[in-house]
Structures are given as structure tokens and as C-alpha cells.
Design a protein around this ligand. Structure first.
Ligand code: FAD
Ligand code: NAI
Length: 458
């Protein structure tokens, strides 16, 4: 039996950071990973998708660059195989970095599947382990809807799309959430006909409604067909998707592939939670308190398996909270300023409450908006279709939400996140000098707009 002070099960962005943090806090630590270090995010999520999206965006921009005065003679093309190879290279480089970091911080790495045998014990294959504290970080996998045709060859999920070495000739995407819309952007930019079928009344539901409608408009302008309010019933062998909308049965055109992007399920079944007495919901998510403890005091759960917010940076933040608590440092997890980024073109980034959610919570709000058509940098970089929307509490002037669609949105959201986390007011944000010309000036302009003092708005 190998004994440790801390054991982390799952080496994704939650688990590997938790293991490093445990080791940094002086705990004798082991990290168990059954597949690849870096988890979904590094191997089948954040990094491969953004690497492919960058290539597709560059291709699209070059094709559309006549308006910038660029004269290209001959056809602009792309080799998907090479794009996929570059994606693999980026992933491999980062993966070896993770392995180096974990071992260099002094944590042991064990390859294999961990199965709990008690509140302090687990096995990996034949080997037995004992640990004072156990952090579960098993992550999630693509969910599937049980409809006829869902198991056919040609029906892909986010994992199998990323294994393609040829660009599909046409795709229908079931689910217009974050994954669906990012893959729609990727393939539309590469010139592949794309159709999205979404059950709810809008794509990217839950985001600011003006952002949803702007993105739908921009995708449709690129030739993407979007069906909303459409409940999928069947996938036919020609990859046409049958759906019900407004009481009528309709179907999409045949496609070379269908991509199912309808959410993710927790990977808790193989952990044998019952042996340790850890409770989970019917869907398999593990409830936790503010220190990431499960109902069993010495066992923590972090990341996608908690069913809180399925984002890499949330998994990481939860990992640090759990590791610190395991080492005797109690700091509660705070979800009030979690940025969410969507890597469309232009990008979308949000933090805090939408106007709708703030009102639902009974808050009296003031809203400031600045459209990027009035921003010099956005026009200079040929991407002025978006806006910045700031939500402030009407009584205290505190910033409680920021919603951006526009170039560099995912980089700009950090400013609003710091503002919300530190309870800054719209006045403080507006009084901060922003560099010119930058898109981030629009955050300052939106802050001025909250007080009716925006100079660049008529
Ligand atoms: P995971 O990353 O899923 O890692 C869990 C690890 O645990 C896996 O490696 C698994 O093999 C291992 N494991 C499971 N069970 C066991 C066991 N019993 N024993 C040993 N090992 C085990 N989030 C963002 O913030 N930004 C993005 O841009 C983004 N893009 C995404 C794009 C796609 C296509 C997808 C699918 C997801 C994306 N996400 C993004 C979400 C992000 O990947 C997840 O929120 C994040 O990876 C969750 O981290 P985690 O540590 O909880 O779990
Ligand atoms: P999601 O929850 O964002 O979207 C799933 C969509 O599918 C929803 O809009 C839902 O209404 C729709 N849907 C479900 N069943 C359907 C049906 N039968 N017919 C038609 N539509 C149906 O989940 P998604 O896109 O799979 O992403 C999973 C998670 O991964 C997200 O929670 C997100 O946090 C994370 N992620 C984050 C990214 C980022 O931060 N940039 C990128 C990709 C994923």
C-alpha cells in the first residue's frame, strides 16, 4: 500500500493544478490520470479547438482581404491535414509541459484508472493507495441524445471531430450552445456548409440576448443555416436531421457529418463513489460545499464533475480552493466574477450578471452600451459589428455585469472581471484612463454611458 497525504484523481485543468498546489503546500501528493495529462481542456477541448479556429480565421481573413486593399492572385487554399497536425503539435508541447510541471513540483504521477475502495483508499490496477485527503477531478465527456440514428458512423461529438484529418464537406450541428457555435465558426470559416439545429428559442441561450442575435446574424451572413426552437427527433442515414418546430416535422438537408454538441455528462460512474460513501445526483454530479468538500469530509470534488460551471478556469480555481483546504487553509469558492469566453469571430466574452438575470434577482440596474462602430480600433481592424454592454447597480453604481461581442473580447474581459471581483463602480471604471486607440476604450465609454456622459455617442 502506497501512502500519501493528498491524492488527486484526474489530471485535467482542475486536477493537475490541485496536485501542484498540494505539493506546493508541502503535502506528499500523487496525481492519477487514466488517459492524458491536461484532461479534456488540453487534449479534446480548449486548446485544440482554439488552435484550429485560429487557422480557419486566418484563412477566412485572407480570402476576405480585398476590402483591405490586399490583392491576391490565384486561389487561396488550405490543407486541413496540416491544420490538424499543427493542432496536435501545440497539444503535445503543452502536455509535456504539464507533466514536467507536476513532477518538478514534487508530486508523483501514476498512469491508470483510480477506483475508490473506501474513504481513504483506492486502487489503480493491482496497486493499492491510501491518502489522508482525496480530490476527485474526473471531468466530463460528451453527452448523447438517445434518438434513432445517433449511433451511426458519421455522427460525431466534440472528441471525434477533433480527430478528423479531412475537413467535412458539410455538417449539421445538433445544439447551438458554446461547442456548437465554435464548431460552426470553424467550419463556416473554412467554407463548409453548416446548419445548426437548436432546441431553445436562441443560440447561445443564457447570454445577453443582443449578443445572441448579433452572433446569429453574423453566422447567417457567413452562410450558416440556423433552426431554433427545433427539437431533434432522428438522424437519417444520409445525415439529414429530423426535427419538430412549431408543431411541424421538418428536416435539414443531407450532410456529410452530424456533430452532436448537446452538453456534457460527468465521468463519475467508474470512480465507485459508493465505496467511499460519496453522494452524487441522479445525473452523476457531485455536490460540494464552498471548500469543495463532498459529503465525506476528507474527499473533495472539483471541476466539471461538480456540475457548477463547466469551464477550465473554474476547475482550476476550485482545484486551488480544495488543495488549500486539504492543507489547512480555508478560503471559500466565489463564483461572482467568472468570465466566460466564446471563440467565434468576432469573439464573445461575458462576466457577471446579464440585465435579465440582475432584474430577476430583484436588482435595480443601469445599463451602459457602446457600439464598436464608434470605436477607432475596431474600424481599423475591420471588425466593428459588436458592442460592449455594462450593467451597474442603480443604487451603488457597482459594476455587476459586462457583455462584449467584438475583436479581442476574450482578452478585454479581464478588466471587467477585476472590476466586478473588486466591486469597482462605473464611475471608477470611467475615470480610468484607457489607451487610445484600443477596443477596450469601449468599456470606458460604456461606463460613461451609464451616467449619460459618453462623448462618442450621439
Ligand atoms: P477534465 O478536463 O475533463 O479532466 C478530467 C481528467 O480526469 C481526464 O483527463 C480523465 O481522463 C481523468 N479521469 C477521469 N476519471 C478518472 C479515473 N477514475 N482515474 C484517473 N483519471 C481519471 N473551457 C474553457 O474554459 N475554455 C474553453 O475554451 C473551452 N473549450 C472547450 C472546448 C470543447 C470542445 C470542450 C469539450 C470543452 C471546452 N471547455 C472549455 C471546457 C473544459 O474543457 C472543461 O471545463 C475542463 O476541461 C474541465 O476540467 P476538469 O479538470 O474538471 O476535467
Ligand atoms: P451547452 O450546454 O453550452 O449547449 C448545448 C445546447 O444543446 C443547448 O443550447 C441545448 O439547448 C441544446 N440541445 C440539447 N438537447 C438538444 C436537442 N435534443 N435538440 C437540439 N438542441 C439540443 O453545451 P455544449 O455546447 O455541449 O458545451 C458543454 C460545455 O463545454 C459548456 O458548458 C461550456 O461551458 C464548455 N465549453 C466552453 C467553451 C468556452 O469556454 N469557449 C467552448 C466549448 C465548450
Amino acid at each position: 500500500m502506497k501512502t500519501y497525504q493528498a491524492a488527486v484523481i484526474g489530471g485535467g485543468p482542475g486536477g493537475y493544478i490541485a496536485a501542484i498546489q498540494c505539493a506546493q503546500r508541502g503535502l506528499k501528493t500523487v496525481l492519477v490520470e487514466k488517459r492524458d495529462l491536461g484532461g479534456t481542456c488540453l487534449n479534446r477541448g480548449c486548446i485544440p479547438t482554439k488552435t484550429l479556429l485560429h487557422g480557419a480565421e486566418v484563412y477566412y481573413e485572407i480570402k476576405e482581404s480585398k476590402g483591405l486593399g490586399i490583392d491576391i492572385t490565384g486561389e487561396v487554399g488550405f490543407k486541413y491535414k496540416k491544420m490538424a497536425k499543427r493542432k496536435d503539435k501545440v497539444v503535445k508541447q503543452l502536455r509535456s509541459g504539464v507533466e514536467y510541471l507536476v513532477s518538478n513540483h514534487g508530486a508523483d504521477i501514476v498512469a491508470g484508472e483510480a477506483v475508490l475502495t473506501g474513504a481513504h483508499t483506492f486502487t489503480v490496477g493491482e496497486e493499492e493507495f491510501e491518502a489522508e485527503k482525496i480530490i476527485l477531478a474526473a471531468g466530463s465527456a460528451p453527452a448523447q441524445i438517445p434518438i434513432p440514428g445517433a449511433d451511426q458512423e458519421g455522427v460525431l461529438n466534440s472528441d471525434s471531430v477533433l480527430e478528423l484529418t479531412e475537413c467535412p464537406e458539410s455538417v449539421t450541428i445538433i445544439g447551438g450552445g458554446v461547442i456548437g457555435v465554435e464548431f460552426a465558426t470553424l467550419f463556416a470559416d473554412l467554407g463548409t456548409p453548416v446548419t445548426i439545429v437548436e432546441m431553445l428559442p436562441t443560440i447561445l441561450a443564457g447570454n445577453d440576448p443582443d449578443i445572441c442575435s448579433t452572433m446569429a446574424y453574423l453566422l447567417e451572413n457567413k452562410g450558416v443555416t440556423i433552426h431554433v426552437g427545433a427539437a431533434v427527433k432522428e438522424i437519417r442515414s444520409d445525415m439529414s436531421v429530423v426535427f419538430e418546430k412549431d408543431g411541424e416535422t421538418q428536416e435539414t438537408a443531407p450532410a456529410s457529418n452530424v456533430i452532436m454538441a448537446i452538453g456534457r455528462r460527468p465521468q463519475t460512474a467508474a470512480l465507485n463513489l459508493a465505496a467511499a460513501g460519496v453522494e452524487a445526483t441522479e445525473k452523476g454530479f457531485i455536490p460540494v460545499n464552498e471548500y469543495m468538500q463532498t459529503n465525506v469530509e476528507n474527499i473533495y470534488a472539483i471541476g466539471d464533475i461538480t456540475g457548477k460551471v463547466q469551464l477550465a478556469h473554474v476547475a482550476t480555481a476550485q482545484g486551488v480552493i480544495a488543495a488549500d483546504h486539504a492543507a489547512g487553509i480555508a478560503r471559500a469558492m466565489d463564483y461572482s466574477a467568472v468570465p466566460g469566453c466564446i471563440y467565434t469571430s468576432p469573439e464573445i466574452a461575458c462576466v457577471g450578471l446579464t440585465e435579465e438575470k440582475a432584474k430577476e434577482a430583484g436588482r435595480d440596474v443601469k445599463v451602459g452600451q457602446f457600439n464598436l462602430s464608434g470605436n477607432g480600433r475596431s474600424l481599423a481592424v475591420n471588425s466593428a459589428d459588436g458592442f460592449v454592454k455594462l450593467i451597474a447597480d442603480a443604487q451603488t453604481d457597482e459594476i455587476i455585469g459586462c457583455h462584449i461581442i467584438g475583436p479581442y473580447a476574450t482578452e478585454m474581459i479581464g478588466e471587467a472581471t477585476v472590476a466586478i471581483q473588486n466591486k469597482l463602480t462605473a464611475e471608477q471604471l470611467g475615470n480610468t484612463i484607457h489607451a487610445h486607440p484600443t477596443v477596450s476604450e469601449s468599456i470606458m465609454e460604456a461606463a460613461h454611458d451609464i451616467h449619460g456622459l459618453c462623448c462618442h455617442k450621439a
